[in-house]
Write a protein that binds this ligand. Structure first.
Ligand SMILES: C[S@@+](CC[C@H](N)C(=O)[O-])C[C@H]1O[C@@H](n2cnc3c(N)ncnc32)[C@H](O)[C@@H]1O
Length: 290
């Protein structure tokens, strides 16, 4: 079956802010230029989520918020022969990287769509499974978005995604930030924990409610805890300054870059093993039936 994605009526763009962030901000540039480092760091978490999905040869999978395509390509290998994987993302530059990788690696059965997962109509029942690695916490209206994704599943199709638990469970994202936050002349504003962003799905009851309201059943959230990293100290430092909450703050207040760099170097040194820098991560592997 050929999967088509029809444009919906233009009622304004509810995810315009996220669209700008993932298309035109320095963060989008960092994600595209550092995708190999990010993929390496996230590899054990991808493996856990893909194991929970248990893709089968011949299946049709939608990879939501696929970014630079790492999991899309991994899933394609798992559904071969005969399967297909569609990577869907709102970010043109990240999809450009994904398309380049798929072409360079000559991966069969993969295509990519630039679209908003919340608002773009997707062929009803076209997929056996919907998957995401950290790509579903950014919707302005999560219930509408998951209802839209559920409609893309065949009856009995399954949903599996990975999302971050709370900040204190994730030194991999927060240790550099915490080490440096007091050095900034203007303290950061307190973030709304429910606003679209990496920690929007930290609360398991909220996630269950969103999925149930979108029509999913058999909802389960399994905690997964694992140190991640594996980069040499200088590379880990570069990543911590370019990606994540600290990077965002540094872009707003670059005057303290030198002091921040030293503070982060110190905290990473305390987490350096012979095989690289490792910091704890805490995620939910979320599964449900459509
Ligand atoms: C944290 S990144 C994760 C990217 C990729 N899954 C990975 O693990 O490397 C979040 C991704 O979600 C995408 N995204 C955010 N809002 C979206 C939306 N409404 N529809 C589709 N993709 C979206 C972003 O463009 C970005 O690629």
């Amino acid at each position: 079956m050929v999967t088509t994605f029809a444009e919906q009526g233009a009622d304004g763009d509810p995810n315009a802010e996220q669209s700008d962030y993932w298309n035109a901000s320095p963060a989008a540039e960092s994600w595209t230029s550092l995708h190999e480092d990010i993929d390496r760091q996230l590899a054990p978490l991808s493996a856990a989520a893909i194991a929970a999905l248990a893709p089968q040869a011949g299946e049709r999978i939608l990879d939501v918020g696929c970014g630079c395509g790492d999991t899309t390509l991994q899933l394609a290998a798992r559904v071969a022969p005969g399967g297909t994987v569609v990577g869907l993302d709102i970010s043109a530059p990240m999809l450009a990287v994904a398309r380049r990788r798929a072409a360079a690696e000559r991966v069969a059965g993969v295509s990519f769509i630039e679209a908003d997962a919340q608002t773009r109509a997707i062929d009803r029942g076209a997929f056996d499974a919907v998957f995401s690695r950290f790509g579903v916490m950014f919707f302005a209206d999560p219930v509408a978005a998951f209802a839209n994704l559920r409609a893309a599943l065949r009856p009995g199709g399954r949903l599996t995604f990975l999302c971050w638990r709370k900040p204190t469970d994730n030194p991999c994202l927060m240790a550099p930030y915490r080490a440096a936050v007091d050095l900034f002349p203007v303290p950061p504003e307190k973030a709304d924990p429910l606003a679209p962003g990496p920690f929007a799905f930290a609360d398991p009851e909220r996630v269950e409610g969103i999925l149930a309201n979108a029509g999913f059943t058999d909802i389960a959230l399994t905690p997964h805890d694992e140190p991640i990293g594996g980069h040499a100290p200088d590379r880990a430092l570069h990543l911590a300054l370019q990606i994540g909450p600290l990077a965002r703050l540094l872009r707003e207040q670059p005057s303290v870059t030198a002091q921040v760099t030293e503070a982060v170097r110190d905290v990473l040194a305390a987490h350096t093993r012979p095989d690289g820098v490792y910091l704890g991560s805490g995620t939910w592997v979320v599964t449900a039936q459509g």
